[in-house]
Design a protein. Structure first.
Length: 137
């Protein structure tokens, strides 16, 4: 049996400076830069840490590395697209002209975009997200 002290998620990027700027300046998240170029810690709204580390031969994740649960996807999409962020479009999702999937996560809305290293980040809102967050604690 594994006894854990704490868990955190992590993923790689090919440019720490670009990642720091994107997560701090574009998304407005609190970012801590670790010593000696070891990486970054992105602090999400609930305090959950995400470790972002440099990797020379980085390949972007082929999946969503994390989701940001927000009160309303639409104003966040407006803000991000105003800062030059483009939303991703997926075959099989019914996305509107802006790229927002309506009725995603049991009635909420969802949208996806990439960081400068190509890692996918999702936005989501609605009752389904509230239920999921309650389950996650």
């Amino acid at each position: 049996m594994v006894t854990t002290r704490r868990g955190f998620s992590s993923f790689s990027v090919d440019d720490l400076d670009a990642a720091r700027s994107f997560y701090a300046d574009t998304l407005g998240l609190r970012v801590t830069t670790l010593d000696d170029g070891m990486g970054l810690v992105v602090h999400l709204g609930d305090g959950a840490p995400v470790f972002v580390y440099p990797k020379e031969d980085h390949t972007p994740a082929a999946f969503t590395v994390f989701h940001l649960a927000v009160d309303d996807v639409d104003p966040v999409v407006d803000d991000l697209t105003g800062k030059g962020v483009s939303l991703l479009r997926y075959d099989g999702f019914d996305q509107d002209e802006r790229g927002v999937a309506r009725g995603f996560m049991e009635g909420g809305d969802g949208a996806w975009f990439t960081d400068p290293a190509g890692n996918v980040i999702g936005l989501m809102d609605g009752d389904g997200v509230a239920q999921l967050l309650a389950e996650l604690g």
